[in-house]
Design a protein around this ligand. Structure first.
Ligand SMILES: [Zn+2]
Length: 237
């Protein structure tokens, strides 16, 4: 089972680990800070270094309890001590973008009572769909002002890991369909933007909304009668 270091420390940029399985061009480690693709967030990239070699990490995927790192080249043998180094620019931009989406869905829920129906992100750009009947340029502009007010408010972003029963008693979590979590999941990781948003979530986020920086609403579309899409973009910092 791979210890998922990014769940408790999103700012971990490098780490020491051991190879526990190796096949083809991929290696599984006993612990990792590499985020495997999931929840709309792309996987991390970076490199693995060991005494006699190194390789680029080009894909990361979770399979069961193990995180597999797809390498460019042959993996080191089982038992090898390795150092993992994340491409921090790539990951930090994803943390900022992911947090921007939480700000967006927090504002849309608070001010318009609309639920999220889907979303996706790349570094510095993302889209999110909402149960909304109406969409317009004026609305998109209004949303842009509101979400940037939350960036300016510099709200702390907190992560806590709660026992399942405790998490299920938080009313704010119900709207994020926490009730759909498989019964074998005993602990729930909760990501909270203080005073704005709370979600059961396994992704990586910045520690304060101010780190997100200016968010631009760069597009809006109708995806159906009660399904409207907003597109956002962030700037490199
Ligand atoms: Zn998230």
């Amino acid at each position: 089972m791979t210890d998922l270091l990014y769940l408790t420390n999103c700012y971990l940029k490098d780490f020491e680990a051991m190879v526990v399985a190796a096949e083809g061009e991929r290696a599984a480690l006993n612990r990792t800070a590499f985020y495997p693709r999931g929840g709309g967030q792309p996987a991390d990239v970076g490199s693995l270094l060991w005494e006699s070699g190194q390789a680029q990490v080009v894909k990361v995927k979770k399979q069961g309890d193990r995180v597999w790192h797809k390498l460019e080249g042959e993996p080191p043998p089982v038992g090898t001590s390795v150092r993992g180094v994340l491409d921090w620019g790539h990951r930090y931009n994803l943390m900022r973008t992911h947090t921007a989406l939480h700000i967006l869905c927090g504002v849309i829920w608070r001010d318009y009572g609309a639920l999220v129906t889907g979303g996706n992100m790349e570094p510095l750009k993302a889209r999110m769909d909402f149960e909304l009947e109406h969409m317009s340029t004026d609305f998109a502009q209004e949303v842009e002002e509101k979400i940037n007010a939350e960036v300016a408010a510099a709200r702390p972003v907190r992560i806590c890991i709660l026992p399942r029963e405790e998490a299920f008693q938080i009313p704010d979590l119900i709207r994020t369909k926490i009730n759909l979590l498989p019964p074998q999941i005993m602990e729930v990781r909760v990501v909270e933007i203080e005073g704005l948003d709370m979600q059961a979530d396994g992704g990586t986020h910045v520690a304060n909304t101010s780190e997100v920086g200016m968010i631009h609403v760069v597009g809006h579309e109708s995806k159906g009668r009660i399904n409207k899409r907003l597109r956002i973009a962030l700037k490199e910092r």
